[in-house]
Design a protein around this ligand. Structure first.
Ligand code: ZN
Length: 638
């Protein structure tokens, strides 16, 4: 097996993505019981893949079946520009779990002709399909997976598959009726497709025996295999609730599961498996299916433990109005983990930190659990070390030096603060729910967590706690945040387009707002040298103050459910892009030849069987993305 420096972190690059691998060094040291637990959980993590594909678009699974068939069976000449164009398209679709880009949400455009597509279909014995043809070659047909444009119908304009036959107005009316004033409201609409049949609007619930029943039954099968190996009774209890929830679709059981899952803070192996994040739905009701299996990295946990221990101090000293502060901070568990398997909406592209649950009342009453995914960040750093992006967009040698010395610690601590304290902080006013902010909720919530992290990373308290060695780490993080938000992240956007994705919007909104508010005092300076634009932080302390002011306001928007203020702030600072600057950034970036997005090939786990018993689980690190995608396809096929 490849070890240490010989390990190939990046295997290939196509379109705008690079394919990386991560290692799970801790796995090999686990006792057999725990290896078995990881193994069964990882099978459960892979079993829900088709749910996500179908959620992303109603034709995705049909298209994938054809793509897989052509890739494996096409008997014709593969050494042609046409076939290479086909293969690029197929890989892009596999990477995005569907026909829309995983991040920009725009539909991929094949660069081969409809005639060639038909030739491929004929060659593998497939019928011509009118809908797939439109999907591939009609640019305006299902153009955007999630539409967030103000003033348009966000439901009929989105090509995702969470709704059928209903308008935005109908969806809002349907769910507003159900919101109620309960103190412990379930997450209405989270696990169902909303359809209109014969004029009647109803939910098709995702459960065993219901919609996505086959896939959920498979997930349940693996979870039930895993339960006997759970790390402790608490974890087993939580898992049984998850199984019951998947069997019934009862959202009260999902909340009960989330609470028991939260209480389990001791397990050395943990996981996420469920309908979790709502970014894929413009109205943030419907959750995509995802899974992550993680092994605790005890040594690295020291850092997050210190933050969690002082959570109340951070809450009390936050620059927000007292009425929006928690008076006690419940059970923050922040741990550093090694990912053992990624599935559903966390694969191939993955987050580097996760904080759950999302239900606001559970967070307030029971706290939250957050993880920093260490081996993923490590793989990113290894692969990025030589990319040249830093040198291109950093203003001077000092900025480069700070980044090289403290950049990766700064970004890890930012993630810790964002996940462990940021999302968990603050409270809602009585009667206000997160639904009040509608399509701006995700952006506001991410902004809030980012601002919390930005404000506190510059606090001497972090040095005092030993989380960072000096405030230079914070300076490196400020530079990097501004550089990324106002320049580097634009490389992910096509010319003429605007920002759509919640995290990108919140980053630009924060940085652009701070730039404008600090303009008179030259807090951040915009400088042009040799035709290249730079944003240079001139006054770190003043910038910290600005972040604090904005945190106060963003917390107020969330706590009061001030839709109008949220809309205004996001639309003013977080959506539009300066066209000339965008062109410049794209040109500078193109010269570097680096793909702006990355995703991962998962490891594989192989049971070693002797006399009918599993005596060991071996891990291996496959190195071909397409092979893994095809193998996953065979797993979930009927
Ligand atoms: Zn977040």
């Amino acid at each position: 097996m490849e070890k240490g420096e010989d390990f190939r972190w990046q295997t290939e690059q196509f379109g705008d993505v690079k394919i990386l691998r991560y290692q799970v060094p801790m796995f090999e040291h686990l006792p057999l019981q725990e290896k078995l637990f990881v193994y069964y959980l990882s099978q459960a993590a892979l079993a829900g893949r088709d749910i996500l594909w179908d959620q992303n678009n109603c034709y995705n699974l049909a298209l994938r079946r054809v793509l897989e068939k052509v890739v494996t069976k096409y008997p014709g000449n593969r050494d042609t520009d046409d076939f290479r164009a086909f293969l690029l398209y197929a890989k892009q679709v596999f990477f995005a779990n569907g026909v829309h880009h995983h991040y920009s949400m725009d539909k991929f455009r094949p660069v081969f002709s409809p005639a060639y597509w038909q030739e491929l279909l004929r060659a593998v014995g497939e019928e011509k399909d009118e809908y797939l043809e439109r999907l591939l070659f009609e640019p305006d047909y299902m153009a955007k997976r999630v539409l967030l444009d103000e003033g348009k119908d966000l439901i009929t304009g989105s090509a995702n598959n969470y709704y059928s036959g209903v308008t935005q107005r109908e969806v809002e009316q349907f769910y507003q009726k159900r919101l109620g004033q309960e103190r412990q409201p379930v997450s209405v609409g989270l696990n169902s497709t909303l359809v209109k049949v014969n004029g009647e609007i109803r939910e098709e619930v995702w459960k065993v025996g219901g919609k996505y029943g086959k896939q959920l039954a498979r997930i349940v099968f693996w979870l039930e295999k895993a339960i006997p190996y759970a790390c402790n009774a608490q974890q087993a209890k939580a898992m049984r609730l998850l199984v019951d929830y998947y069997k019934t679709g009862d959202l009260k059981l999902f909340d009960a599961y989330s609470i028991e899952w939260l209480k389990d803070t001791e397990s050395s192996i943990d996981f996420i498996n469920g309908f979790i994040e709502v970014y894929g739905d413009a109205l943030a009701y419907k959750a995509s299916w995802e899974s992550v299996v993680e092994i605790v990295d005890e040594e690295a946990c020291q850092r997050t433990r210190k933050l969690a221990e002082h959570a109340l101090w951070f809450e009390q000293h936050a620059p927000v109005a007292d009425c929006f502060k928690k008076t006690e901070v419940k059970g923050i568990t922040a741990r550093v983990m090694q990912v053992a398997m990624l599935g559903g909406d966390c694969h191939p592209a993955t987050p580097i930190g996760i904080n759950l649950p999302n239900a606001e009342w559970i967070r307030e009453q029971y706290g939250s659990k957050s993880v920093t995914l260490d081996n993923i960040t490590y793989a990113y750093d290894k692969a990025a070390a030589a990319s040249g992006v830093l040198d291109e967009f950093a203003w001077d040698e000092e900025e480069v030096r700070l980044a090289r010395e403290y950049g990766s610690l700064g970004s890890n601590v930012h993630t810790d603060l964002h996940e462990c304290l940021g999302h968990g902080s603050g409270k809602m006013l009585p009667g206000v729910t997160t639904e009040a902010l509608r399509n701006y909720y995700s952006t506001i919530e991410e902004a809030r967590a980012d601002l919390f992290a930005l404000y506190y990373i510059m606090d001497p308290k972090l040095v005092e706690l030993g989380v960072i060695p000096s405030l230079d780490v914070a300076k490196a993080e400020y530079n990097s945040y501004i550089r990324n938000a106002l320049l580097v992240q634009l490389t992910r956007i096509k010319p003429g387009c605007q920002l759509e994705e919640a995290h990108m919007r919140n980053r630009q909104a924060i940085a652009a707002w701070a730039y404008e508010k600090g303009k008179a005092a030259q807090v951040i300076e915009r400088v042009v040298r040799d035709g290249k634009t730079y944003f240079v932080v001139r006054d770190y302390e003043a910038l910290r103050e600005l972040f604090g002011d904005l945190l106060r306001e963003v917390q107020r928007m969330k706590s009061e459910g001030d839709y109008e203020a949220a809309r205004c702030w996001v639309e003013t600072y977080g959506v539009k892009i300066d066209n000339a600057l965008h062109q410049e950034v794209l040109a500078r970036y193109a010269k570097l030849g680096v793909a702006p997005y990355a995703g991962f090939i998962n490891p594989e786990y192989h049971p070693v069987i002797e006399k009918g018993q599993i005596v060991d689980i071996r891990i291996s690190y496959p190195d071909d993305f397409l092979t893994q995608m095809l193998e996953y396809g065979t797993r979930t096929r009927e």
